[in-house]
Design a protein around this ligand. Structure first.
Ligand code: AMP
Ligand code: MG
Length: 426
C-alpha cells in the first residue's frame, strides 16, 4: 500500500525519514531532478508541499517504484533467493510470504516474513494486521520513545536536554542499554563511546550523506573539534540503580548519540515480537543493513546474507550462511560519508581524535545472537582495527569479518563456518 513507502529522495541510498528531514534536505533537493517525496499520515508531500492532484501523485509513485527496483543499499541487505510467495509446508499447512520495504529510524527497513498456518490468510486476518506492519510500528515506537536525539519525545533527547541537571530517571531498557554501552567502552578502551553526541553533530555526516550532495559541506575547524571532543568521555556518564528505578546523569556539555547501537536494539525488539507470533515460521529483517535471521525458510536450508564489498558497495564479497536466530551488523566507511577535495569523511568517529576513524578496516561485519552486541561491536571494531578488534570479539564470543582498504579479508575462526566467497572471487 501507499502508506508503506514513506519517503524517497534520489536513490534508495538516500531514503530519509520525515523525522530526519531538516530544512537543509529540502533546500538541497529543490531545483534538482530528483524530488523528495514523503507520505505522512497517508498524504503525499513533494518537498514541502502537499501533492494534492492525482496526476502528480501517480507520477511520484511511478518514480518511487522505479527507484525501488534498483536498490543499492538493499543489495547488501537483501538476501539472495527469496522469491516464491506460497509454499506447502506439509500437513495441509500453507506458508505465505509477506514482504515490505519501508523507512524508519532514518534508514531502510526491508522485511521478508513467512507466516505458516492451516490457512495463512485466515491466520493473518484473525490478527487482522500484517506482521510487517506490527514490526514497523515497533521500530517507529523505539525511535520516538527511546532512541532519537532529534525527537523531543525520545528518552535520549530528554537525557540530553537535562545535561548538567543531575540524575534523571530512565526506563529499565535505557538503563540496560547504557550499562552495556559502558561495558563496551571499557573493553574497547574508549574506541566505542556514545558520549560523542556533540562531535557527531559537529561533523553532521549523517545529514549530508543522506542529502546526497556534499558540495557545500564545510569541514569542522580544529578548534571546534577540540571543543566538542572535550565534552565526551563515557566515564562521565553516571548510571544509578535505586529501589525506585534507574537514573542517569551526564555533564552539562555532553550529548549522547546511540546511533551505533540503534539498529541492533531494533533487531532485539523485532526478535521479541516475532517470538510472540507463533504463526511466523521464518523471517529475515534488515534495519539499515543490520540483519536478523529468524526461524527457517519454507523450502528449507539456511538464510543467505550478502556481505558488501566496501571497495565497491554495489558488489558483495561473499555470503554468510546462517540459521535463524543470528544478528549481522556491518560498519563501513562507505555507508555514510561526504567527500571534500577527494578525501572521504565518514560517519564513524574516533573518540581519541574527534575525527573519522582511520584504522586498517574499510568494513567489518559481526555475527552474534544478540543485536545490541553485534551493532556495538561492529562500530567498535571499525575504530579499533582488525587486530584489536579481533581481541575484543574474543571477549564477547562474537564472530567478525574484516575487510581492509586493499580488499583483504581477515576473519575470526568461527566466522569460517558461515562465510563463503562470491563465485567471482573463488
Ligand atoms: P554504525 O553504523 O553502527 O557503525 O554506527 C555509526 C553511528 O554511531 C554514527 O552515525 C554515530 O551516530 C555513532 N558513532 C560514531 N562513532 C562512534 C563511536 N566511536 N562510538 C559510538 N558511537 C559512534
Ligand atoms: Mg554499530
Amino acid at each position: 500500500g501507499i502508506e508503506s513507502l514513506t519517503v524517497f529522495y534520489g536513490t534508495v541510498r538516500d531514503y530519509i525519514d520525515p523525522h530526519y528531514a531538516k530544512d537543509s534536505y529540502y533546500k538541497q533537493s529543490s531545483g534538482k531532478e530528483n524530488c523528495f517525496f514523503s507520505i505522512i499520515h497517508g498524504k503525499i508531500h513533494r518537498n514541502k508541499e502537499l501533492l494534492s492532484d492525482e496526476n502528480s501523485i501517480a507520477k511520484g509513485m511511478k518514480k518511487m517504484k522505479k527507484y525501488l527496483k534498483t536498490p543499492r543499499v538493499l543489495r547488501r541487505a537483501t538476501l539472495l533467493a527469496m522469491l516464491p510467495v506460497f509454499f506447502l509446508a506439509g500437513c495441509g499447512q500453507k506458508t505465505e510470504c509477506e514482504k515490505s520495504i519501508d523507512t524508519a529510524m532514518g534508514t531502510v527497513i526491508s522485511q521478508t516474513v513467512y507466516v505458516t498456518g492451516n490457512s495463512a490468510t485466515t491466520t493473518n486476518s484473525k490478527i487482522n494486521e500484517k506482521i510487517t506492519d506490527v514490526l514497523l510500528q515497533k521500530l517507529n515506537d523505539l525511535e520516538q520513545k527511546e532512541l532519537s536525539w532529534r525527537l523531543e519525545s525520545a528518552e535520549v533527547a530528554r537525557i540530553n536536554a537535562a545535561a548538567g541537571e543531575g540524575q534523571n530517571s530512565v526506563s529499565p531498557a535505557m538503563a540496560e542499554w547504557l550499562g552495556r554501552c559502558r561495558q563496551i567502552s571499557e573493553e574497547s578502551a574508549g574506541a566505542f563511546d556514545v558520549s560523542i553526541g556533540r562531535l557527531s553533530r559537529l561533523w553532521d555526516i549523517d545529514t549530508w550523506a543522506a542529502a546526497g550532495d556534499s558540495g557545500d559541506y564545510e569541514l569542522p575547524r580544529q578548534e571546534e573539534i577540540a571543543e566538542a571532543l572535550a565534552t565526551t568521555g563515557w566515564q562521565k556518564i553516571q548510571l544509578e540503580q535505586q529501589a525506585d528505578g534507574d537514573s542517569v546523569s551526564i555533564p552539562a556539555e555532553m550529548q549522547l548519540d546511540l546511533g551505533a547501537v540503534g539498529k541492533g536494539v531494533a533487531l532485539d525488539e523485532i526478535l521479541k515480537t516475532l517470538e510472540a507470533h507463533p504463526e511466523v515460521s521464518g523471517a529475515v529483517i534488515s534495519v539499515g543493513g543490520s540483519i536478523l535471521t529468524y526461524g527457517s525458510k519454507p523450502e528449507g536450508g539456511a538464510w543467505q546474507i550478502a556481505v558488501t564489498d566496501p571497495l565497491d558497495p554495489s558488489e558483495s564479497v561473499g555470503v554468510l550462511t546462517l540459521d535463524g536466530g543470528h544478528c549481522v551488523s556491518t560498519s563501513g566507511d562507505y555507508e555514510r560519508y561526504v567527500e571534500v577535495d577527494g578525501v572521504r569523511y565518514h560517519h564513524i568517529l574516533d573518540p581519541r581524535t574527534g575525527s573519522p576513524a582511520h584504522s586498517d578496516v574499510a568494513g567489518v561485519t559481526i555475527v552474534t545472537k544478540d543485536g545490541f552486541l553485534s551493532d556495538a561491536l561492529s562500530t567498535a571494531c571499525f575504530v579499533l582495527g582488525q587486530e584489536e578488534g579481533q581481541q575484543l570479539l574474543e571477549k564477547y564470543d562474537a564472530e567478525g569479518l574484516f575487510i581492509d582498504h586493499e580488499g583483504t579479508i581477515t576473519m575470526t575462526e568461527g566466522m569460517r563456518q558461515y562465510f563463503h566467497l562470491s563465485n567471482s572471487q573463488k
